[in-house]
Design a protein around this ligand. Structure first.
Ligand code: SF4
Length: 390
């Protein structure tokens, strides 16, 4: 079976004010202990999935680039010994400016990393400071140029909009400056003010204000236009790429690929065992413990939370994730997976989406029909999904 791998590194130099991911500052001793635990899990899973062919690997966090190079080298060595990676596997690492060094990049590139995803976020240092980022935009520029000089041209820049005090002009300036760096991929995320974060407390206390929904929608539209002008095609709600540079790993998530996550808080989507299939499961969602210490103590016998996914749930998930993508959900793909045409299950809802200008059918060069959301439908995705739930 084809499998995608994800490794989670839950460490950052300092917590950003808006962040509710599983990540925290840690000393080198803790990071070393975590990497040992992670290697144990990698070996165990490698034995379990010995027949799998790995098509993509993603090192995420947190900030993988904070893990000292010798530790990372050891983790990736174990990964390569334990799994069969396809020759053309996409191998991404996330990294943050202010932590990325030439030596670190050399180490991971030697281990097979061929794609970099960098947290740039904004071009205005005052904005970066306001949201608690540890770096300046110049740091981000330096990181990109260093990677490019080292022959790593497949780079994604993460940017954010809807930041406190950010104007549309700020956001567009960020995109212009990111495009000028000639990175072939941009991910643009709208800030979500998550409960319990310092940013949320500042917003609630009236110390900071974030752009409202209309302002964010305007930023989204202006961003799509600007990126389009520079040759970046929107292929998913938040993702834009030049020809040939869409992220295969993330596309796998949206198209229902099997993936195995390792490390604290990592999630997996795997085929069910025989006994689980007999209980009606067509997929198995697995979550590793979020608590880093519990994970380190227990690995490799980590207590994983399993959820059985029925065909009905998997169908909805296929629509929910597939409709995030501009190409939409393929008729053939749906029928092959669920043994019934997409119109047999969702015909009425799809008709209503077409009628209201939120969705449409498109034929791909292969001849396969895909159902996709229109630009308006992508902006009103929740409304579209509600109709599919009826
Ligand atoms: S760098 Fe990313 S993961 Fe780390 S604290 Fe900031 S937002 Fe969270």
């Amino acid at each position: 079976m084809l499998l995608q791998l994800y490794l989670h590194f839950p460490f950052c130099k300092r917590k950003c004010l808006y962040c509710d991911f599983v990540s925290a500052a840690a000393n080198e001793q803790t990071i070393a202990a975590y990497c040992l635990a992670l290697e144990k899990e990698i070996r165990t899973m490698g034995e379990k999935y010995a027949d799998a062919q790995v098509s993509t690997v993603f090192l995420g966090g947190g900030t993988p680039s904070i893990v000292p190079a010798p530790l990372m080298k050891s983790v990736l060595g174990t990964l390569r010994e334990s799994f069969f990676l396809l020759k053309d596997a996409e191998f991404t690492t996330e990294a943050n400016p202010g932590t990325l060094t030439k030596a670190w990049l050399e180490t991971v590139m030697e281990a097979g990393v061929n794609r970099l995803s960098l947290g740039v976020q904004a071009a205005q240092d005052a904005l970066l400071c306001r949201i608690g980022r540890i770096h300046t935009f110049a740091d981000a520029e330096q990181s990109v140029k260093m990677a490019q000089r080292m022959g790593l041209g497949n780079i994604n820049a993460d940017v954010m909009y809807g930041l406190p005090g950010q104007t549309t002009a700020d956001y567009l300036e960020t995109l212009e400056r990111v495009c000028a760096l000639e990175v072939p991929h941009v991910s643009a995320y709208s800030l979500i003010v998550e409960e319990g974060t310092p940013l949320c407390r500042s917003v609630e206390a009236g110390e900071m204000t974030v752009p409202d929904d209309d302002a964010c929608a305007a930023m989204t539209e202006a961003g799509i236009a600007l990126l389009g002008k520079h040759g970046y095609h929107q292929y998913e709600i938040s993702n834009y790429a030049r020809e040939g540079f869409a992220c295969r790993h993330n596309i796998g998530y949206w198209q229902g690929a099997w993936y195995l996550g390792m490390g604290a808080a990592a999630h997996s989507m795997l085929p069910p065992a025989q006994s689980e299939a007999e209980m009606g499961a067509v997929r198995l969602r697995v979550a590793n413990p979020e608590d880093v210490n519990s994970y380190m103590v227990a690995s490799p016998d980590v207590k994983r939370e399993k959820s059985l996914i029925t065909a009905e749930e998997a169908m909805f998930e296929t629509m929910m994730l597939g409709l995030r993508m501009n190409q939409g959900v393929g008729e053939r793909h749906f029928e092959e997976n669920f043994g019934q045409p997409i119109t047999a299950r969702y015909g009425k809802a799809l008709e209503s989406l077409v009628r209201d200008g939120l969705g449409y059918w498109q034929e791909h060069p292969s001849g396969e029909l895909f159902f996709a959301l229109t630009a308006r439908g992508l902006l009103l995705q929740n409304e579209a999904l509600l109709r599919l739930m009826d």
